[in-house]
Design a protein around this ligand. Structure first.
Ligand SMILES: Nc1ncnc2c1ncn2[C@@H]1O[C@H](COP(=O)(O)OP(=O)(O)O)[C@@H](O)[C@H]1O
Ligand SMILES: Cc1ncc(COP(=O)(O)O)c(N)n1
Length: 267
């Protein structure tokens, strides 16, 4: 069985973060493991409190996993402080992990700063070079490039700038634009485009986490990056289409092993 690790924050309401990642890994038939960087008290309506895990504890979790178990895919999600980012970068250097997907989580859908703005530059400098692919949404790409992104040509220009910052590949997600949702992948030579119909729903809590852990799962299963992104896009579209009316606010995506298996997407 393939094994994947998520280094991210815990979402008490189960829609995003570590919880979304582990559900996604399971739906792909992957054994999921976690390094928790922060515990959040959140639900479908907002984030109410965050407690960061100490750098010693983050390092100890990473060591415990890599010293014992082979990691076929690694996803990095919410990391809130400079010290946490630094310890992750230092710890991972010892293990040279393959198939690293970096989701540069900055602000939650409900507007809470999950990444301390002072740590943005450290995230770019320390974590981007470790990434096989980085998956910013439009507001994150705007912070990284300091440019305004309103259309496809601006997305392409931003993807080129972000790749120059050190990631091997950039998947810039178009979910925040108004038209159909197009994500673009830039590998330094050319672009791939992944379009999907915009699904009309308010329930998109955890879409970014779900997409990045689905890419990680498919890379761990041995698919090329292009195939991994295509399959992950099918997964997230179905997960949004079947999203759940849970809670009073922005409900979560749905993770469904059985439907996925029927669609012939299981290995
Ligand atoms: N309403 C929607 N319909 C279809 N796909 C969507 C919708 N919202 C987001 N997506 C897709 O979900 C993934 C996550 O997108 P996005 O919302 O941009 O990221 P984030 O959760 O990081 O803000 C992307 O592949 C995006 O294209
Ligand atoms: C622990 C954690 N990690 C990531 C997100 C981002 O998810 P979203 O952008 O859907 O709010 C979140 N809300 N909580």
């Amino acid at each position: 069985m393939k094994k994947a690790l998520t280094i991210a924050g815990s979402d008490s309401s189960g829609g995003a973060g570590i919880q979304a990642d582990l559900k996604t890994f399971s739906a792909h038939g992957i054994f999921g493991m976690s390094v928790i960087t922060a515990v959040t008290a959140q639900n479908t309506q907002g984030v109410f409190a965050v407690q960061d895990i100490s750098r010693e504890m983050i390092a100890a979790q990473i060591k415990a996993i890599f010293e014992d178990i082979e990691v076929d895919g690694l996803k990095i999600g919410m990391v809130s402080q400079i010290s946490s980012i630094e310890v992750i970068a230092e710890s991972l250097k010892n293990y040279s992990p393959q198939n690293v997907v970096l989701d540069p989580v900055m602000v939650s859908k409900s507007g809470y700063h999950l990444l301390n703005p002072e740590a943005e530059e450290t995230l770019i400098r320390k974590l981007l070079p470790l990434a096989t692919v980085v998956t910013p949404n439009i507001p994150e790409a705007e912070v990284m490039t300091k440019m305004s992104i309103r259309n496809l040509p601006q997305m392409e220009a931003a993807a080129k700038i972000i790749r120059q910052m050190g990631a091997k590949n950039v998947l810039l997600k178009g979910g925040h634009l108004e038209d159909d949702s197009i994500d673009i992948l830039y590998n330094g030579q050319g672009f791939e485009y992944y379009a999907s119909k915009r699904i009309v729903t308010k329930n998109t809590h955890g879409t970014g986490c779900t997409l990045s852990s689905a890419i990680t799962s498919n890379l761990a299963l041995g698919y090329s990056l292009d195939e991994a992104v295509s399959r992950a896009k099918e997964y997230i579209s179905a997960a949004i289409e079947h999203s759940l009316e849970i809670g009073k606010g922005v409900g979560p995506t749905h993770h469904f092993y059985e439907l996925y298996k029927k669609a012939g997407m299981m290995n």
